[in-house]
Design a protein around this ligand. Structure first.
Ligand code: DHB
Length: 390
């Protein structure tokens, strides 16, 4: 088979890209090792920036994001015995939308199916080559048939364990890493919301985040050891831990049966540049952020919005130089989001080896932030997303 753009990875980044390319008259084939069902059942974050919502709505992917999502005009920062609201609307005139990544994926997969897009889930034995000249992807499909797809350009949107990323020779790329000495214990609970907005809660027992899904389903996380075993925790023990952290700042959680529990790793990662020959990387394949602040999906969507533009020109003129332009444009936002995610993480979590000075300094940072319009405005601006796709 021959196509214009081969896309490895059919998560939100890969599917959004193939959708945008199709609108520009460019055909693509997207493949993924996971089945559609496996992707749908992997819980990820739930907060969309305004630009992400607009991209989904304006390009005809989803009107459900408005109907089934919830607009949030601010967040609560809880620490030092009290809770402080950061008013996004008042500070920067923007909001976020609570709408889970799994729903974004479902909307995108439905849109590709509706428009006759070529998407193959559940493939195996993926191999890529010819990056410098004529890229090719080989794979075995879910029915056991072998395929070779030749393309003008190859997109690696294949997530944090990217195979495509590893095709770039060491001499041609640089990798930046940061590890954190903690993880998140994430749960889904059948209960009503405990507060109108999300609560980012700092306490001596560790960080906790109270998020939501619907009127009857809630998403919560608490800082834990990276080696924690999720199944070793009973419902009672989880609620004790969460209530203990939240009560320090005057919040009481509404409890209910816990229907899912997982430990999420924490990492910051970037590979530069985001292109090599006729290969480009997008989303988690090129960069991972720690979850605090929910930037992962938003960054992936921002990548592919720029990438679709540059690929249109690259395909028209058969000019791979456009991929370098994409990388430069995308990395500006990537590093702003890396800083924001790192900053939210280190400001709010309890560091295992913190000295008394570190602890008091962190409290000073949080009080200074909520007392300052300038400080709060930076948080609001970054959280709701830097406008204009930049
Ligand atoms: C969610 C996850 C986040 O990392 C965050 O900062 C906010 C919300 C969520 O899953 O709802």
């Amino acid at each position: 088979t021959r196509t214009q753009v081969a896309v490895v990875g059919a998560g939100p980044a890969g599917l959004m890209l193939s959708h945008l390319l199709a609108r520009a008259g460019i055909d693509s084939v997207a493949i993924d090792l996971r089945t559609r069902r496996e992707i749908e059942e992997t819980h990820r974050a739930g907060i969309l920036e305004q630009d992400s919502v607009d991209l989904l709505v304006d390009t005809g992917v989803s009107d459900r994001v408005h109907r089934d999502g919830y607009r949030h005009d601010g967040i609560e920062l809880a620490f030092g015995g009290a809770s402080h609201r950061i008013d996004f609307r008042g500070l920067v005139g923007a909001s976020t939308q609570l709408y889970p990544q799994t729903d974004v994926f479902v909307d995108l997969a439905d849109a590709r199916a509706r428009d006759g897009g070529d998407v193959r889930f559940g493939v195996r034995d993926v191999a890529v080559d010819g990056l410098a000249t004529t890229p090719a992807v080989r794979f075995t499909d879910a029915d056991g048939a072998d395929h070779e797809v030749r393309a003008d350009f190859l997109v690696g949107a294949d997530g944090s364990r990217s195979l495509c990323r590893r095709q770039v020779p060491e001499a041609a790329r640089r990798q930046y890493f940061r590890e954190y000495p903690f993880a998140w214990f994430g749960i889904l609970a059948e209960a009503p919301p405990s507060a109108p907005e999300l609560i980012y809660n700092h306490s001596a027992r560790g960080f906790a985040l109270i998020s939501q899904r619907t009127e009857s389903l809630q998403r919560m996380y608490f800082q834990c050891d990276p080696d924690e075993v999720a199944d070793a925790w009973s419902d009672d023990r989880i609620w004790d831990e969460l209530q203990g952290r939240l009560s320090a700042n005057g919040h009481v959680l509404k409890e209910g049966p816990i229907i899912s529990r997982t430990v999420l790793p924490f990492r910051s990662f970037v590979q530069e540049p985001m292109h090599h020959g006729r290969l480009v990387l997008a989303g988690d394949a090129a960069h991972t952020v720690p979850p605090t602040g929910a930037k992962g999906l938003n960054l992936a969507l921002a990548d592919v919005r720029v990438l679709a533009e540059e690929l249109e020109r690259a395909v028209d003129a058969d000019d791979p130089a456009r991929l370098a332009t994409y990388s430069e444009r995308a990395l500006g936002r990537v590093w702003k989001a890396q800083h924001f995610s790192y900053w939210m993480t280190t400001m709010l979590h309890t560091l295992p080896d913190a000295s008394p000075f570190d602890v008091r300094r962190q409290e000073g940072e949080l009080s200074g932030l909520v007392a300052s319009t300038a400080g709060s405005t930076y948080l609001a601006e970054a959280y709701t997303g830097w406008p204009g796709g930049r």
